[in-house]
Ligand binder design. Structure first.
Ligand SMILES: Cc1cc2nc3c(=O)[nH]c(=O)nc-3n(C[C@H](O)[C@H](O)[C@H](O)COP(=O)(O)OP(=O)(O)OC[C@H]3O[C@@H](n4cnc5c(N)ncnc54)[C@H](O)[C@@H]3O)c2cc1C
Length: 480
């Protein structure tokens, strides 16, 4: 039987990053891909966003050389009502903070996975890892209670000190090793249609932007590449469906504003696919003796956006570093590999999942629930109507009368907004830092005649005494 330090299963982003890192650390590494080449599963490609410049700058620097690359600098949100009318189109523009917070401002990238995966796999083979394509890992080798290698569907046995499973949402390795059978409630199915278009027209009409479509249907995203785009939508598997996955996309394709955009860029459908995406409240258990799960196999995609390529690469890197640590120790026990979970929890990947439950509940009660979404679109439109510019442009009545009409209409809707806000937005308050809570309270002090003469310290002390909900922010967390 062949023996390696590390066997990586899967040559998606997570697997290639794990193989690249392991080989770079001097470990004898092989990575296996069931497809004829990496990138056969051409399912995603956006979200190579600002943090990539911080964590993987050498990759970002080379992406413009890939044929499907499009620079991304903003997200455009299209809000559609139940009669399919486009009611609001607004784009994120970034702020001065974005320009200083990230090395390249808001610059990100979109690249088809059919380009990205071969590029990442080549980095790994250039670093010394061995790639075997058309090789399906179908089982694990168990030795004294630990995973000690894999078995291919051709019956070949490959031994390893550590196995890194980067085999995606369905992870055969997680199931074969007994770590997990099926996903619980949080798995999502994402149907996606790829369109080819005229590159120049796409530049003119879309520019360097991703688009989203929100309405009384499942929220949909439009990832734009150099000469094509993906239209995709998602829905939890746990819901009862009355549609086929492709029907979710047909709902978006029926929007006249969407059709106008496709005509303007000469879009023509090219490829349809539907894949599972673990969109979880929290990741699954990610290690056992001799085995670590990375990327989708561990349920790492972002609970807010379902973005998962960065998460796969980040966890792949941490898993390979942990493998090197275990090999140095000569100990592949579950206890030693728990270091993997300690490390990813301490990284920004761990931070991303601290609000998993809140984000999932927010989606569950908005974009993934067409009925509730219908009402929330209305609320968002009401909110936007309160914006002074839109009221000034209403020339139908005296402006103050107009303002009062809008206000009264808005107040009619407020109870519903209050209920939604209280239940699904308020939970995020626990993430606001004590320092920012103190700043906000101190900004209110001059407006409180009875308290404004107090020193800030005394004022905050008093608030802590009388408000149980503010107390955790105000006591014993100096300097935060
Ligand atoms: C439709 C869709 C759109 C998405 N869009 C985006 C996006 O725009 N941006 C973003 O950041 N994320 C996106 N995601 C999420 C993202 O695709 C995943 O989170 C990411 O690909 C996870 O990478 P991975 O390496 O863990 O797994 P995968 O990308 O699934 O790669 C797994 C690899 O392992 C191979 N494999 C599987 N089983 C075996 C086996 N037994 N033996 C050998 N090889 C095996 C597969 O062929 C595959 O190449 C999207 C997901 C979907 C479904």
């Amino acid at each position: 039987m062949e023996e390696y330090d590390v066997v990586v299963v899967g040559a998606g982003p997570g697997g290639s990053m794990a193989a690249f890192t392991a080989a770079g650390l001097g470990l004898e590494t092989v990575f296996l891909e069931r497809g004829r080449k990496p990138g056969d599963k051409n399912s995603s490609g956006c979200g190579l966003g600002q943090r990539w410049w911080r964590d993987f700058p050498e990759i970002m620097g080379e992406l413009p050389g890939l044929p499907s690359y499009r620079k991304v600098e903003m997200v455009v949100i299209n809000l559609v009502d139940e009669d399919n009318r486009l009611r609001m189109r607004s784009g994120t523009t970034g702020s001065d903070l974005d320009a200083t917070r990230w090395p390249h401002g808001m610059e990100g990238a979109s690249v088809y996975r059919s380009c990205l995966d071969p590029f990442l796999a080549k980095r790994a083979t250039d670093e010394g890892a061995e790639l075997r394509t058309a090789t399906l890992a179908s089982d694990v080798i168990m030795d004294d209670g630990r995973v000690a290698g894999i078995v291919t569907d051709a019956g070949e046995r490959i031994g390893a000190k550590v196995v890194i499973a980067a085999d995606g949402a369905m992870s055969t390795m997680a199931r074969a090793s007994g770590m997990r059978n099926r996903w619980g409630a949080g798995c999502t199915l994402v149907p996606q249609l790829d369109f080819g278009c005229d590159e120049g027209k796409l530049d003119d009409v879309i520019g360097n932007a991703e688009w989203c479509w929100f309405g009384p249907f499942y929220g949909a995203y439009q990832v734009n590449f150099r000469e094509g785009f993906h239209l995709g939508a998602g829905q939890w598997l746990r819901r009862d469906w009355d549609t086929r996955p492709v029907d979710m996309l047909k709902r978006v394709m029926a929007i006249p504003a969407f059709q106008a955009m496709t005509r303007a860029v000469d879009a023509r459908p090219r490829e349809y696919q539907a894949h599972l995406l673990p969109w979880m409240e929290k990741p699954a258990k990610s290690f056992s003796a001799g085995l670590m799960l990375v990327g989708d196999a561990a349920g790492f995609p972002c609970p807010l956006e379902g973005e998962g390529v960065w998460h796969a690469c980040t966890s792949g890197r941490i898993a390979a570093e942990t493998a090197a640590y275990a090999i140095r120790k000569g100990d592949f026990s579950e206890r030693t590999l728990s270091e993997y979970e300690r490390r990813w929890r301490a990284s920004s990947l761990g931070l991303e999942h601290e609000f998993g439950r809140e984000f999932v509940e927010l989606w569950d009660n908005s974009a993934f629930d067409p009925e509730k979404m219908g009402r929330q679109i209305q609320l968002l439109l009401e909110l936007s109507m309160l914006n002074p510019f839109s009221i000034c442009f209403d020339w139908g009545d005296a402006h103050m009368e107009c303002l009062n009409m809008h206000l009264s209409h808005f107040l009619d809707m407020l109870p519903e907004f209050g209920e939604f806000g209280g239940r699904y937005i308020k939970p995020f308050a626990r993430g606001i830092s004590p320092g920012n809570v103190r700043r906000m309270l101190c900004m209110m002090k001059p407006r409180l005649p009875a308290l404004r003469r107090l020193s800030d310290e005394r004022y905050l002390w008093l608030l802590a005494r009388f408000s149980r909900s503010l107390r955790p922010y105000l006591e014993g967390r100096e300097g935060e």
